[in-house]
Design a protein around this ligand. Sequence first.
Ligand SMILES: Nc1ncnc2c1ncn2[C@@H]1O[C@H](COP(=O)(O)OP(=O)(O)OP(=O)(O)O)[C@@H](O)[C@H]1O
Ligand SMILES: [Mg+2]
Length: 285
Amino acid sequence: MTKTIMVSNQKGGVGKTTTTLELGAIYARKGKRVLVIDLDGQVNLSMYVNAKYDDKNIPTIRDVLLEIKEILKSSEPETDDMEDGEDDIITRSIQTTGEGFDIIAGHRNLSNALAEFSDTTDVFLLKELISCLEDYDYILIDSAPARSPLLNMGYVAANYCLILTEADKASQDGVKQVVTDIKLLKKSKMSDIVILGILLNKNEDLKNQEEAYEDLCVFGKTNDCMPFETIISKAAGATTAKNMYKSIHAYRDTKGIDKRSIQGILTDFENLAVEIEKRIEKLER
Ligand SMILES: Nc1ncnc2c1ncn2[C@@H]1O[C@H](COP(=O)(O)OP(=O)(O)OP(=O)(O)O)[C@@H](O)[C@H]1O
Ligand SMILES: [Mg+2]
């Protein structure tokens, strides 16, 4: 069964896109079929994998969601018309990448989501899309640093949520906000998403980061969302790789680079990928 994981925190710059990209690259290298959905108007992830996000011939996630909205409005539920129309635009939207995973690209206008996806039933559009994508082992959703209808769509569509944070108070406040938003959606029976864990990123082994991790453990215990044992180290290579339009894993294979500087962060992400698999396995046992 496809496992859909939403990567979230409305606080900007905590590492959502980096983590989505690395996990996608790792699972694809392990032979898993992976699709990544760029649900962010900044289109960072689409850029990093050289996906087309402004080509009229290739639908983006915004086009797909708008089309599904139109089809659902204009057709009787569950007709062949609906399925054919959806299948066509979905197939055309899926791009392959050099990282080994597929992507449905983002679109700059996703930042207008409040205007375009404000109907109460719009919250189910991404779930409808994902129900048509059965061929993947993992679908990873990268989200924007803003609370919007798109974020709720992600929480409704995904099986699991991975909350990113740095050690600072603002990022941790963002964690609490994600948990609150998810609780509300679950209470109203719109979502059955499970928080897989909280991931502390950009670690430098400083005292305040140890304290932040302890705080996350306390918060996690009372809110059923324990932080991952894996912590991601801070490494300049994370940004260098993206500047070369590569995941850190693909960057490692580039000739002439100093691999020692990125070995730590590579191992961290690999450990994270395993820990995620184990947590999912335990939950689904
Ligand atoms: N572990 C890390 N070590 C060093 N730099 C990192 C690490 N993780 C992310 N970064 C860098 O931090 C910046 C923000 O990361 P990223 O774009 O992944 O965050 P984001 O949460 O997706 O941001 P946004 O909220 O704007 O979408 C990028 O320059 C990225 O390369
Ligand atoms: Mg991002």
